[in-house]
Design a protein around this ligand. Structure first.
Ligand SMILES: Nc1nc2c(c(=O)[nH]1)N(C=O)[C@@H](CNc1ccc(C(=O)N[C@@H](CCC(=O)O)C(=O)O)cc1)CN2
Ligand SMILES: Nc1nc2c(ncn2[C@@H]2O[C@H](COP(=O)(O)OP(=O)(O)OP(=O)(O)O)[C@@H](O)[C@H]2O)c(=O)[nH]1
Ligand SMILES: [Mg+2]
Length: 448
């Protein structure tokens, strides 16, 4: 039997033990699974309380079960759900009992969604949105993912694809009409207009993307500076817990330490690094190397200084020196720590006491403002991944070439339109799916 025809099951809720666990079953045997464990088939789409039994007739658990006959189910197949007590032994017995029913097996990551996709319940952009929604940590990430799950990009892409195919039909009709050589311009005018409008619309959607791809994994802010200035203390203050070791001993932090923060809905990865200095200790040298690398990649560096000392401009410049390629040097904020000891820095610096908490609220406000500027144009963005951006750009390039060709009355214009439609077909997962499906679904959670 083909793996696609097997009935799959998985724990769709979090790790046991949990108060309640949801086990989903999808495929042709879902009905049999449900009736053999829970007795007579419950009414479709209605919660029913049942005592579940194993193959020997022994009780497993007091449960709630649901029956979604296909195709009106999340996967498009027959689906059974078991809402059980989320203990390890309950789940082990439940899985055992299901798996001895022929043609059933444990689901692979993303396999439920893959089946939903294959049964036309969602397109590829919607499946990507679903995965993002499951991994969303902040409210803004959630809203962006939900827009995608609801098909906002998918609907636009479907509409563009249809209109491109129509324009290409117009051109082909024009070419057939003229027996030889050049196609009369007035015949092609409607197609030209249509292509121009499409080109404008796709350009706008791409331009409105902002940093939406970054909203998925967050803004990176690195805390850097010389040893012992209080970087780890600041990190703990921002994280509101003891993530990093603090000690009066210079060279305490060696590894790069990360915490995920939710700053007013903006996801921020805060990084604490080893104090940067010349050292003979090879372990510390490696720490300094990592600190430099991460700070160099960060979207923002908080450069911590203490006491009366001015920030060493050379050290700061060195940190951000490798603005190689097209990446500009990123911003650095000077943050003066330990102001409780009396030293006040020049204006334009942040002044804090990481250990007492002075100035932290102001620093956090500024970070929120920075994040909100960074993600400003992201609100409402429809494009959230490189895959989507690349395919839209390809469609756009093909449209532009087809416009040049059609204005010359060239037959090849239709070919370029077909390429544009093809790129949108790939975006939706209508064509050439095999190479992307594995890559997308294997990163999904089990049970989704
Ligand atoms: N218990 C439970 N909760 C869940 C899910 C689930 O599968 N089970 N979901 C899993 O993703 C999400 C809800 N998504 C769902 C999507 C489609 C259908 C469904 O039955 N669709 C049918 C009927 C549509 C209708 O009548 O509204 C269909 O599309 O034909 C159900 C849940 C989140 N919560
Ligand atoms: N008085 C005062 N002491 C502070 C403040 N912030 C940190 N310290 C102290 O400064 C020392 C160094 O703090 P850490 O946070 O470990 O410094 P670090 O920059 O992470 O040091 P390395 O990891 O070694 O580079 C500790 O003894 C802290 O308690 C502050 O605001 N005021
Ligand atoms: Mg430290």
């Amino acid at each position: 039997m083909h793996p696609r025809d097997q009935t799959i099951f998985a724990l769709s809720s979090g790790r046991p033990p949990s108060a309640i666990a949801l086990v989903r079953v999808s495929g042709p045997q879902a009905r049999r699974v449900l009736t053999s464990l829970a007795g007579k088939l419950p009414a479709p789409r209605q919660a029913s309380r049942r005592l579940l039994h194993d193959a020997a007739g022994q009780p497993i658990d007091d449960a709630v079960v649901l029956w979604f006959p296909g195709p009106a189910s999340a996967t498009g197949e027959d689906v059974a759900e078991f809402h059980v007590h989320g203990g390890r032994a309950v789940l082990a017995t439940l899985f055992n009992t299901i798996s001895i029913i022929p043609n059933t097996r444990a689901a692979e990551p993303g396999e439920f969604t893959r089946r939903a996709f294959e049964n036309g319940k969602l397109d590829l952009t919607e499946a990507e949105g679903l995965d993002d929604l499951i991994h969303a940590d902040t409210d803004r990430q959630r809203r962006q993912a939900l827009r995608q799950l609801q098909g906002l990009l998918g609907h636009r892409a479907r509409d563009w694809r249809e209109r491109i195919i129509e324009a290409s039909a117009l051109i082909e009709a024009g070419i057939d009409f003229s027996d030889e050589g050049d196609v009369p311009a007035e015949l092609l005018a409607p197609a030209v207009d249509a292509i121009k409008t499409l080109h404008d619309e796709i350009t706008k959607v791409l331009a409105a993307q902002g940093h939406s791809e970054r909203l998925r994994d967050g803004l990176v802010v690195a805390i850097a500076g010389e040893p012992n200035v209080g970087k780890s203390t600041l990190m703990n203050q921002l994280a509101r817990r003891e993530v990093a070791i603090v000690s009066p001993h210079a060279g305490t932090t060696r590894d790069v330490i990360e915490v995920q923060l939710d700053l007013d809905g903006y996801p921020v990865t805060m990084i604490d690094t080893a104090g940067i200095r010349e050292t003979d200790d090879p372990v510390e040298q490696e720490g300094v190397r990592r600190a430099r690398a991460r700070a160099d990649d960060a979207d923002l560096v908080l450069w911590l200084v203490e006491g009366e000392r001015a920030a060493d401009p050379d050290a700061v410049r060195l940190l951000r020196k490798s603005g190689e390629g097209d990446r500009p040097e990123g911003p650095v904020w000077i943050v003066r720590n330990k102001i409780d000891l009396g030293a006040a820095g020049p204006r334009g610096e942040f002044a804090i006491s990481a250990s007492r908490g002075d100035g932290i609220a102001e620093l956090v406000d500024a970070l929120v403002k920075f994040a909100s500027d960074f993600f400003e144009t992201t609100e409402g963005a429809l494009v959230t991944r490189a895959r989507q951006r690349d395919l839209l750009s390809q469609a756009l390039n093909s449209l532009r070439r087809s416009l040049e060709l059609v204005e010359e009355g060239e037959e090849l214009a239709a070919e370029e339109l077909r390429a544009a439609a093809h790129a949108l077909g790939r975006l939706l997962g209508r064509v050439d799916v095999e190479d992307v499906l594995g890559a997308i679904f294997q990163k999904f959670c089990i049970g989704k």
